[in-house]
Design a protein around this ligand. Structure first.
Ligand code: PLP
Length: 435
């Protein structure tokens, strides 16, 4: 009997009533093949599936579970808050406390608006940048993902790369015409677009450290130069920190890389595992949002008290224990170094990209600096590795195009087990057919 018997049955059943059996495409295992594993519970660094299998978790719900699953202070805070009603449709003091807390943690946020997802945050930030500048076009980078709002669904990273969707049916040409794209880390391409569309570009939006085509780092000086271009051309510089915010540091990529963005979007960690996103930034721009200004944006469940208390509690933990980031950094480095040593031993060409607690392993002989280089890696080998790991109790992202996210509940024993499994995989496989 398969160790995934119950998951297989659930997947069969799910497909009868949910498109593709999942509520978000990457969960369907299309990229790696096989049947998605249905989860039942999780505690700390471990996931438990519908068949009772345990996994060491390297996705942390794509980020939010940075301190591990069912983290006690967050669970308690939710339990207490829920008895006061789950929604009012009217303002609460907790929303102020959340905004005030974030302002103490991250640079360059004078005003911040809560939404319910990273998608909403990016969509709203772009609308605001357009409303503020009176311009329509914007630049995004191939392979960066900013949620599924129409304007962003052009060369948009992992999920779409996995499904091999290039242009998206349902997105009008009118919309995508205003989306200008170039390769990540390609300054001359940005400069060319800026010159070609002088005075027409409202915003440059970027993942300051990319997590949606594996982990990709900005080349030295790249973000600094973009900052300068934006200043010179009156372009709004948007940092999409949905992944990096509260993960790379309490102050996110802005603090870690020492660069100011004009608008910043958040998601994932900010909600502690509940649906929360946010966008904020300089008052001069943010004051154009309704009801202060005339750029409309709203949400029935925005600032929802249960979502807010989860995020507020988690962010407080992160703010008050800066050692968390050092620990996460040390663990991720240990994992990366351990895997690198095994790959060297087996003579497997590779690049391991890491920044803080984001890491990805690419099987290739060239640097991974953008989407094109990421897609030239050996995806098939990653997929085989993924299934070997899964069968042995390690849950990696089910796509070579996704960053792994470490959580601080991981122990060094967990990391050692993972590293040893890399050894087991390449040992079993033999170096012969992996090149
Ligand atoms: C996940 C993600 C989003 C979208 O957030 P959702 O909450 O899934 O809508 C946007 N930008 C980046 C960088 C992301 O990683």
């Amino acid at each position: 009997m398969s160790m995934y018997q119950n998951s297989k049955q659930l997947f069969e059943r799910a497909q009868q009533s949910i498109p593709g059996g999942v509520n978000s495409p990457v969960r369907a295992f299309k990229s790696v093949g096989g049947t998605p594993v249905f989860m039942k519970s999780a505690k700390g660094a471990y996931l438990y599936d519908a068949d009772g299998n345990q996994y060491i978790d390297y996705i942390a719900s794509w980020g939010p579970m940075i301190l591990g699953h069912a983290y006690e202070p967050v669970v308690k805070a939710i339990q207490e808050k829920v008895t006061y009603s789950t929604s009012f449709g009217a303002p609460t003091e907790l929303e102020i406390k959340m905004a005030e807390l974030i302002k103490t943690m991250v640079p360059n946020v004078d005003l911040i608006r809560m939404v319910s997802s990273g998608t909403e945050a990016c969509m709203s930030a772009l609308r605001l940048a357009r409303g503020y500048t009176g311009r329509n076009k914007f630049i995004k980078f191939d392979g960066c993902y900013h949620g599924h709002a129409d304007a962003f669904l052009v060369k948009a990273g992992s999920g779409m790369a996995t499904l091999n969707i290039q242009t998206v049916p349902g997105v009008t040409g009118g919309v995508s015409n205003d989306t200008l794209t170039c390769a990540y880390n390609d300054l001359p391409a940005v400069e060319q677009l800026v010159n070609q569309y002088k005075g027409e570009i409202a915003a440059i939006i970027i993942e300051p450290v990319v997590g949606n085509m594996g982990c990709i780092l900005p080349a030295p000086g790249f973000l600094e130069r973009l900052r300068k271009i934006c200043d010179e051309e009156g372009i709004v510089f948007i940092f999409d920190e949905v992944m990096t915010g509260f993960r790379l540091a309490a102050g996110g990529a802005q603090a870690k890389l020492n660069i100011n963005a004009d608008l910043i979007t958040y998601g994932k960690v900010i909600g502690g595992g509940l649906p929360v996103g946010a966008f904020g930034g300089k008052k001069e721009i943010m004051q154009h949002i309704a009801p202060l200004g005339n750029v409309y944006q709203a949400g029935t469940l925005s600032g929802n008290p249960i979502a807010m208390i989860a995020g507020y509690t988690l962010l407080n933990e992160l703010k008050n224990n800066p050692a968390i980031y050092e620990e996460l950094d040390a663990k991720t480095k240990y994992l990366g170094d351990g895997i690198a040593a095994i790959l060297l031993q087996h003579k497997i060409p590779n690049r391991i990209n890491r920044f803080g607690s984001m890491i990805s392993v690419h099987f290739c002989d060239h640097d991974i600096i953008d989407f094109e280089s990421a897609s030239r890696a050996n995806i098939l080998l990653f997929n085989q590795l993924f299934h070997f790991m899964l069968d042995n109790g390690v849950y990696l992202p089910p796509s070579a195009y996704e960053s792994w996210f470490l959580n601080n509940a991981l122990t060094y024993a967990d990391l050692d087990k993972t590293i040893e499994l890399f050894n087991g995989f390449f040992h079993t496989k033999g170096a012969k057919d992996t090149k």
